[in-house]
Design a binder for this molecule. Structure first.
Ligand SMILES: [Zn+2]
Length: 181
């Protein structure tokens, strides 16, 4: 919250002639400046009759009232902006929690991806004794390691997983972020 704040201190407000008496009136003389306008009871006694004066207390009240209403207007403008920023903060918190959730999900997905690659590797080294005997007899050659074949299998797994990853990323992270920016 903000507060109306007067720069001058009330206890420092005295007439320019330094009578150190309470200020009662204000001179409306345009040629005077600052505390030259402040008049105490002693100043008043020597005042020229044509000088226009006004009550110090009433003027003070008037100025304070005006400043109070100005403060309220300033506060209204601030609050509109601050409320919008608070809404943005709320949205960012929500986005953060969604993104963290989605990243956790994608980390889990990557684990699944790794598992599939292990399964693929395992299936490439699983053999049947009978089949191998059969191959030995009919082809006179044991099963050979075919690097291209396993690379192709892994690529196939990666292609479908990659597509899933990109789609998840765009829908759950990129698009909500774009909405905010
Ligand atoms: Zn005085």
């Amino acid at each position: 919250m903000i507060q109306s704040k007067m720069i001058e201190k009330m206890e420092d407000l005295f007439c320019s002639l330094n009578h150190k008496l309470p200020v009662l009136m204000i001179s409306c003389d345009k040629d005077l400046k600052n505390n030259q306008r402040l008049l105490c009871s002693l100043c008043m006694e020597n005042l020229e009759s044509k000088t226009q004066i006004m009550s110090f207390k009433k003027t003070l009240e008037n100025i304070e009232q005006n400043q109070q209403s100005k403060k309220e207007s300033v506060e209204n403008v601030l609050m509109i902006n601050i409320k919008q920023l608070e809404q943005l903060q709320k949205t960012l918190h929500q986005l953060k929690s969604n993104v963290v959730q989605q990243l956790d999900y994608m980390i889990g997905n990557a684990n699944e991806w790794i598992k599939q690659i292990w399964i693929c590797g395992q299936s490439n080294v699983t053999y049947s004794l009978f089949d191998e005997i059969e191959k030995l007899i009919t082809q006179t050659k044991l099963d050979q390691f075919n690097q291209q074949s396993i690379i192709d299998q892994i690529n196939q797994i990666s292609q479908s997983q990659n597509q899933k990853f990109i789609t998840l990323f765009i829908i759950n992270i990129q698009m909500p972020c774009n909405l905010i920016i």
